[in-house]
Design a protein around this ligand. Structure first.
Ligand code: PMP
Length: 401
């Protein structure tokens, strides 16, 4: 017998498993709205022009070698990433209070941040929104934190349960870590307003809680890098501490390059230096040091004025296409007279629409219409096109009538 005979088959990942099922479907009309990756109007993955340009010059630079990066990654990348999320006028950066380390995309940044906190922060509980990205509880549990939830989404309004959120954050143990989505909350597409963020900030600071921002969609939500960073900047500029995980998967389309950053904003430069030394001890036994290629692409784009400007234009075009899909789907349902209020489709923000469709309705749409999505009714708007909107609208209409 095998030493592994007792190993039981694990279920597919609830999000990535959607693509596995989609790939097996032979129907010509099949549609994958599961995974959160951008697609063009033709349904194709997109490599940004600026990425192609940056890669071209990297490949042709004969001086470039494949040596190991330092444990914390590419220094230039770290500096530029902090500037991107905190703003070029950030006082925390000017005071040298920010530690930034290159990590394996958003997921790796969350994991390294979580393990650092589990080792060195006095309160080991992290509160995550209900619902949240399905990987959050697993990442933080394995990092050594204990995971609890706070109220976030109200299904009856398909909006924010702001009262519930404030009540729950008010009754956490003092010092608890609170996870926020910087913008474009996944899966709900529901974000606090700036005024609500202001109230949340006051509560966090008055209760001495530690905010941990997951920024996976900067620039991808509204089309503006600055607008999508406002929640983070509010907290980073008040002199207090915060932790931020950044991903370049969506906003530069660098999904498979696994490039991201973890920043920890400290109270003083002296503390920041000591924190960095301990973050290195988390990374070294995990993967030694991060890969060089993706970070070099990002640094090349962020440091060159022309490439940067071109990036913002390409980014805005992606965001605009997604927003236009919202309007097209909303109008297609109106045209069909589909029962119910579907205005949340145009109100929600970012890559996903949290449709409100239940598990049975989702299963029906997959079986009868070959449309694939997560069972919570989340659809990726980036996977839609003008050509496929009518098919989706037909399916939703049939599912609810
Ligand atoms: N956080 C959120 C909220 C996400 O939606 C994602 C991607 N689906 C990530 C983090 C991490 O993505 P990655 O590791 O590819 O950067």
């Amino acid at each position: 017998g095998s030493s592994f005979d007792h190993v039981v088959r694990a279920p597919e990942d609830p999000i990535l498993g959607v693509t596995v099922a989609y790939n097996k479907d032979q129907s010509p009309v099949k549609l994958n709205l599961g995974v959160g990756a951008y697609r063009t109007e033709e349904g194709k993955p997109l490599v940004l022009n600026v990425v192609r340009q940056a890669e071209h010059s990297l490949v042709n630079d004969k001086a470039r070698v494949k040596e190991y990066l330092p444990i914390v990654g590419l220094a230039e990348f770290n500096k530029l990433s902090a500037k991107l999320i905190f703003g070029s006028d950030s006082s925390a950066i000017q005071d040298n209070r920010v530690v930034t380390v290159q990590c394996l995309s958003g997921t790796g940044s969350l994991r390294v941040g979580g393990e650092f906190l589990a080792k060195h922060y006095h309160e080991r509980t992290i509160y995550i929104p209900a619902p949240t990205w399905g990987n959050h509880p697993k990442v933080f549990t394995l990092a050594g934190l204990s995971v609890k939830t706070y109220r976030y989404y109200d299904p009856s309004t398909r909006g924010l349960d702001f009262q519930g959120l404030l009540e729950d954050l008010n009754s956490t143990p003092s010092g608890a870590i609170i996870l926020f989505h910087a913008c474009a909350h996944n899966p709900t597409g529901v974000d606090p307003t700036l005024e609500q963020w202001g109230q949340i900030r006051q509560l966090i600071r008055s209760r001495g809680l530690l905010p941990f921002f997951d920024s996976a969609y900067q620039g991808f939500a509204s089309g503006s890098l600055d607008a999508d960073a406002q929640s983070v900047r509010m907290f980073a500029s008040d002199g207090g501490e915060c932790v931020v995980a950044q991903s370049y998967a969506k906003n530069m389309g660098l999904y498979g390059e696994r490039v991201g950053a973890l920043s920890i904003v400290c109270k003083t430069a002296d503390v920041a230096g000591r924190v960095e030394s301990q973050v290195k001890l988390v990374i070294r036994p995990m993967y030694s040091n991060p890969p060089i290629h993706g970070a070099s692409i990002v640094a090349a784009i962020l440091k060159d004025r022309d490439l940067y400007n071109e990036w913002t234009i390409e980014l805005k075009a992606m965001a605009d296409r997604i927003i236009s899909m919202r309007y097209q789907l909303f109008e297609a349902l109106q045209a069909r007279g589909t029962p119910g209020d579907w205005s949340h489709i145009i109100k929600q923000i970012g890559m996903f629409t949290f449709t409100g469709l239940n598990t049975e309705q989702v299963a029906f749409m997959t079986k009868e219409y070959h449309i694939y999505m997560t069972s919570d009714g989340r659809i990726s708007m980036a996977g839609l096109s003008s050509r496929t909107v009518p098919h989706l609208a037909d399916a939703i209409h049939a599912a609810v009538t």
